[in-house]
Ligand binder design. Structure first.
Ligand code: FAD
Length: 461
């Protein structure tokens, strides 16, 4: 093959018409994901509609040594779906069927392009729940969630995507189609291939079908918003809650700046304008009284004046509270389009130390940051804003800034990313978090799945 023109023709011949394009205007939309300040044009776009399409594309690209970049909904924030070396973007957006909600086995069988919210709604209609709830759930795809091991606020009680994948169908670089697991919870048959695929960021295989574990939907869910003078005081309450045998579904924290930005974005007043930090806690269960007891215990442990606690009982009230939490990233994007988004994890008990140490460091650099995240599982979102800084100074300073953030998380026993992955923007820092031997082993796994290195090159390593 000599040119991408020939390749487009050859791929169009292999697949039915309309699935392959090299139209620059269409390709533009596939040049970026939600990563701040990163884009690269693909050469060709293929919108697969079946596993057979994916198989044909992979076999062809492997034979000709062409890069293939799997893509879900493009909401990733580490450049995972960005074709940094050009090549063929393989979009799974049209493979979006919820094939089955199997009530008896409490399982969902879905295609990778299915939107996470749609899976949750389909499960709920059968009295079941798919718990992982990334803040992007209205737009991200389940294939992207699997590839990133996406998490969300409910990880405290329910875990992350990894805890719900029972089986996968995936296509290797050479076009082989492999099926792992199935509609069963236990499996001790050989290596856990699904486990290796989860969090592999499109570098090992293209996921074409997913079997998901569902759980019974809790009958009662209440959310409460609690104000605190400072983050340290809020975090002390978090430990108290968990040590008192109350395991809420979520324990989210938002520092003052995060709330202020969300309020400005949503053009609404926030209930506690003077609070230094907030906790947004969700408690669920099947016995109303037991859920009330948990709410009561949390209220007492917080030592808050009961008049300052907001409890949302109806879906509308709940949505109002969560809208503010889920809008923080969009607010930052709107008011500060260039920013660094980090999602380090540290042991839960080290969150206040991590944040105050980092704030001090950022202040010495005249940088403003917004911090929020998952207090229950130690995952802190740190968004550092470029603000008025000259663009050149900002980009020059980024490597040191990232290194300082990661170094601090690792020193406290944490790691560099909890849910957003390595992708393109963190690959130069992998060696801060993993040993040389570990990285070598990961590279050997990559070679076993994709010997020619055509799948999502330039990511993770
Ligand atoms: C406002 C906002 C809030 C967010 N909140 C959260 C959050 O709370 N928790 C969280 O974990 N993330 C969050 N994210 C990040 C993002 O939504 C997740 O990483 C999500 O899982 C990406 O899904 P996607 O379908 O958009 O994947 P894409 O961005 O399209 O791709 C992400 C990666 O997955 C690979 N990939 C996609 N589909 C496949 C497939 N079928 N087979 C193999 N590889 C594939 C791609 O190659 C790429 O490396 C947020 C993003 C935004 C913009």
């Amino acid at each position: 093959m000599t040119s991408y023109h020939d390749i487009t023709d050859a791929l169009s011949g292999l697949l039915s018409p309309g699935k392959v394009t090299a139209d620059r205007e269409i390709l533009e939309a596939y040049a970026r994901d939600e990563t701040s300040d990163l884009s690269a044009m693909p050469d060709i776009l293929v919108r697969a509609e079946s596993v057979e399409d994916v198989r044909a594309v992979m076999e062809f690209c492997n034979t000709h040594g062409l890069p293939v970049i799997p893509r879900g909904a493009g909401t990733g924030v580490t450049g995972g779906a960005v074709p940094v070396r050009g090549g063929v973007v393989l979009s799974l957006e049209k493979m979006n069927r919820i094939i089955e909600i199997d009530r008896e086995n409490m399982v969902a069988v879905v295609e990778p392009g299915a939107i996470t919210r749609d899976i949750q709604d389909a499960a709920r209609a059968e009295g079941l729940m798919y718990p992982p709830d990334p803040a992007s759930l209205d737009s991200c795809s389940i294939g992207g969630n699997v590839a990133e091991n996406a998490g969300g606020p409910r990880a405290v009680r329910y875990g992350t995507t990894r805890d719900y994948v029972l089986g996968l169908e995936f296509v290797l670089a050479d076009g082989s189609v492999i099926t792992t697991g199935g509609k069963f919870v236990k499996n001790a048959t050989g290596y856990n291939l699904s486990g290796i695929l989860i969090g592999s960021e499109g570098t090992l295989a293209v996921v074409t079908k997913i079997v998901l574990r569902l759980v019974p939907a809790p009958l009662f869910t209440f959310d409460m918003l609690l104000p605190f003078p400072s983050l340290v005081e809020a975090m002390n309450v978090v430990y108290g809650i968990l040590l008192n045998r109350v395991v809420p579904a979520t324990i989210e924290f938002m520092e003052r700046d995060a709330i202020d930005l969300a309020a400005k974005f949503l053009e609404r007043e926030m209930p506690f304008p003077d609070a230094g930090a907030h906790l947004l806690i969700q408690v669920d269960g099947n016995h109303e009284q037991a859920v009330f007891n948990d709410l009561d215990a949390i209220g007492k442990l917080s030592c808050a004046d009961p008049d300052t606690i907001i409890i949302a009982q109806s879906p509308e009230q709940r949505e109002r509270l969560w809208k503010a939490r889920r809008s923080i990233r969009d607010a930052i994007k709107k008011f500060y389009p260039v920013f660094l988004a980090e999602d380090c994890v540290v042991p839960r008990s080290r969150i206040p130390e991590f944040m105050s140490d980092l704030k001090n460091y950022l202040e010495t650099k005249d940088l403003r940051s917004v911090m929020f995240g998952h207090a229950g599982d130690g995952n802190v979102h740190i968004d550092v804003l470029k603000g008025d800084m000259e663009y050149e100074a900002w980009t020059q300073g980024l490597p040191e800034l990232k290194r300082e953030i990661y170094r601090r998380a690792i020193a406290l026993g944490g790691t560099i990313t909890g849910e957003h992955g390595i992708g393109f923007i963190r690959k130069d820092y992998l060696s801060l978090a993993l040993s040389r031997d570990e990285i070598e082993l990961l590279k050997r796994i990559k070679k076993a799945f994709d010997p020619k290195g055509i799948l999502n090159p330039g990511k993770i390593f």
